[in-house]
Design a protein around this ligand. Structure first.
Ligand code: ATP
Ligand code: MG
Length: 268
């Protein structure tokens, strides 16, 4: 297996944003944001609290549609004005507070709202098989049974189910909002491995994290937001850890980042 830094940016990005702006009332949260996310790659989206990471992914997911700018998917300009538009393109978001139903089992959760039917009855065996196949494809071995209730799963296992659910729907772009934030060491390892496999199976992956160890372990690119502006969106091989921290905290590091005048303008 080649190191993440060896992966090339081949061809067209799955997602490209150009000059995206987003305001809530009088408050502008995203300023002229550019972003490129490639298939087969993990892009780490980093930034301080309040930098606009969640707003950006909610814009991509159609929850907070962009006000202006260009949204390209697989090279084509698209309009995403709601979550359905995003889902139809193959965009899946795994939120930090996972939308899993505790009282349902793994299969039921993975098919929630999109159940397979055979005539009027649910096609349980087909759904169960598809759930197993998806987990196997992602080399998930930590679940005892796909008929286990989600309430009985650990935090890491829940993340696994949520990610597998996104994969089941033939998603092209999977966005994970801090998937390892609440996890212990072993579970973090499992989820990071899964994030890597997600990219290795051809998905474009966006991974929000505050943890630089995780970022440098799993990411191919890093996109750093500073006060709603994209300070840098570069291959991870072009930056080291201190530089990424500088981009996060100051919006600038060496030649990379927001022009000093612009930093001054947003730091009001
Ligand atoms: N619905 C909203 N209405 C008004 N302001 C909002 C709304 N959502 C977010 N904001 C503001 O936008 C800015 C960016 O918030 P956002 O949640 O995107 O940050 P974040 O980078 O995800 O931070 P964290 O790391 O803490 O999760 C904040 O100043 C926040 O107060
Ligand atoms: Mg957030």
């Amino acid at each position: 297996m080649s190191a993440p830094t060896d992966r090339l940016e081949n061809g067209t990005p799955t997602l490209e944003l150009r000059g995206v702006n987003k305001s809530f009332g009088a408050i502008q949260v995203l300023h002229d944001v550019h972003l490129k996310v490639y298939p087969g790659q993990v892009t780490a989206l980093v930034g301080d609290n309040g930098a606009g990471k969640s707003t950006l992914i909610k814009s991509i997911a159609g929850i907070h549609p962009i006000d202006s700018g260009e949204f390209l998917f697989e090279g084509r300009p698209v309009t995403v004005s709601g979550p359905r538009d995003a889902a139809a393109l193959g965009i899946e978001v795994v939120y930090q507070d996972l939308a899993l139903a505790d009282n349902l089992d793994v299969v039921q959760n993975m098919f929630l709202g999109r159940e397979r039917k055979n005539g009027f009855v649910l096609d349980e065996s087909s759904m169960e098989q598809a759930a197993r196949d998806t987990l196997a494809k992602l080399s998930v071995r930590t679940l005892k049974s796909v008929r286990q209730l989600v309430s009985s799963l650990s935090g890491g296992q829940r993340q696994t189910v949520a990610i597998a659910k996104a994969v089941l729907w033939e998603s092209k772009l999977v966005i994970l909002d801090e998937p390892t934030a609440a996890l212990g060491v072993a579970q973090t390892r499992q989820v990071l491995d899964l994030v890597r496999r997600l990219a290795d199976t051809g998905h474009a992956v966006v991974f929000i994290s505050h943890n630089m160890v995780d970022v440098f372990e799993v990411a191919d690119r890093v996109a750093a937001l500073f006060l709603g502006r994209m300070a840098a969106d570069v291959p991870i091989s072009q930056v080291d850890r201190p530089q990424v921290i500088e981009l996060i905290t100051a919006g600038r590091s060496g030649d990379l980042g927001i022009a000093p005048a612009d930093v001054a303008a947003v730091e009001v």
